[in-house]
Design a protein around this ligand. Structure first.
Ligand code: DAH
Length: 378
């Protein structure tokens, strides 16, 4: 006959000192398993007389209950300790810098567009946009280039060969103009027309974006970027245009000695038309904007076209040309980006080479602000 109470005491002591769940399981099997001593003791009850059984059973039952309870309590304690240990081991230090994370960078074209918006916003300009898939009315006709105008041929336009039913030409906007051809816009000037039709005069906007021409060499890519400017109000004259461009370029290149030259030119949508040149010098093999283009060691570089908006354009866009006039300009964004940041091959802008981006790209934290000097590298 086994001594239940000393067996129980020994089992409870072993359970109390068990250090692992495995050790605890061994104790459970030893006492309560099929062949455990408690189970065996319970089995002996079957062969006893009722009196013997009444005398022996309570001790065995209470041994089983107290051992089961101790096992449960110890199991819970060991599991809680294991969880604590795991949590301590798997702690993540969120304050560590993410050194291993892949680094992206902001493309110089995006950066320059942000710089443009920042500078022109300060001059009271809003940013407007228009579709890159245009129709020939907005891209040409309303800009005073009718079907036979020779300037159309100079634009190397990508036309869409088939205008499918249900496409842009049959949208409600174009009802009645089924003859409109669909193309990739060749310049940002159609945004002038769209903005005037949408909001009328007075108006003061810039419109940066992608434009497309079938052209490709070291200084031309089939897709490139322009920024259009448009100011329409009462009593606007060429002096306003010159001041606006000078003020913009001084802020953009972050220097005061910017000299602009306005050369007579021709664009169907402006009258008079001028081309805008800026003085630059070559320092250390790199073109640096500043100074007078006719000074020794200096030259002029063409940055874009501009002029007073032709009254026919105002009429196409529904603006009263007797009451309002204004100026417009169109600048090559990639070109002024190259001048400011020193790249010499336009094609590399659109190759997507990560080494080029790592070198010429900007940190997303490097937001252009006038107070910090637009485009200043952190
Ligand atoms: N749209 C012209 C081009 O891409 C550039 C231009 C010239 C825009 C004169 C203008 C302008 O707004 O007034 O070649």
């Amino acid at each position: 006959m086994i001594d239940i109470s000393s067996q129980t005491e020994a089992a409870l002591a072993a359970i109390a000192t068990a250090e692992t769940l495995d050790a605890l399981e061994a104790q459970r099997l030893d006492a309560l398993g099929k062949k455990g001593w408690v189970s065996l003791a319970l089995k002996t009850l079957g062969g006893m007389s009722p009196e013997e059984r009444t005398a022996a059973a309570p001790a065995i039952q209470s041994a089983r209950a107290s051992i089961a309870e101790a096992l449960d309590a110890k199991k819970a304690a060991l599991e809680a300790a294991a969880l604590e240990e795991q949590l301590a081991r798997e702690t993540v230090d969120l304050t560590l810098p993410a050194v291993a994370a892949p680094k992206g960078s902001v493309h110089p074209v995006s950066q320059v567009m942000d710089e443009l918006a920042e500078i022109f916003a300060d001059l009271g300009f809003a940013v407007a946009t228009g579709p890159e898939i245009e129709d020939d009315w907005h891209n040409f006709t309303a800009l005073n280039m009718d079907e036979t105008h020779p300037a159309r041929a100079m634009h190397d336009t990508f036309y869409f060969p088939d205008r499918t039913p249900g496409g842009p030409a049959s949208s409600s906007e174009a009802v009645g103009q089924q003859e409109r051809e669909i193309l990739l816009r060749t310049h940002t000037s159609p945004v002038q027309i769209r903005s005037m039709l949408a909001q009328g005069a007075p108006i003061r906007i810039i419109a940066p974006g992608r434009v497309y021409r079938s052209d490709s060499d070291a200084t031309h890519t089939p897709m490139f970027h322009q920024v259009e400017g448009l100011v329409i109000d009462r009593d606007i004259h060429l002096g306003h245009l010159k001041w606006t461009l000078e003020t913009f370029f001084k802020a953009f290149f972050e220097r005061e000695d910017i000299t602009l030259r306005l050369r007579p030119s021709y664009f169907p949508f402006t009258e008079p038309s001028v081309e805008v040149d800026v003085g630059y010098s070559t320092e250390g093999g790199r073109r640096v904007v500043g100074g007078h283009g006719d000074a020794p060691g200096h030259a002029w570089m063409e940055l874009g076209g501009s002029g007073m908006v032709n009254r026919r354009v105002l009429e196409f866009a529904g603006v009263d040309a007797d009451e309002y006039q204004g100026f417009a300009f169109g600048l090559g964004i990639d070109r002024i980006a190259m001048l400011k940041y020193g790249m010499n091959d336009l094609r590399a802008f659109f190759d997507g080479d990560p080494r080029w981006l790592a070198h010429y790209g900007f940190s997303p934290f490097d937001q252009p602000t006038l107070s910090a000097g637009v485009g200043a590298r952190a």
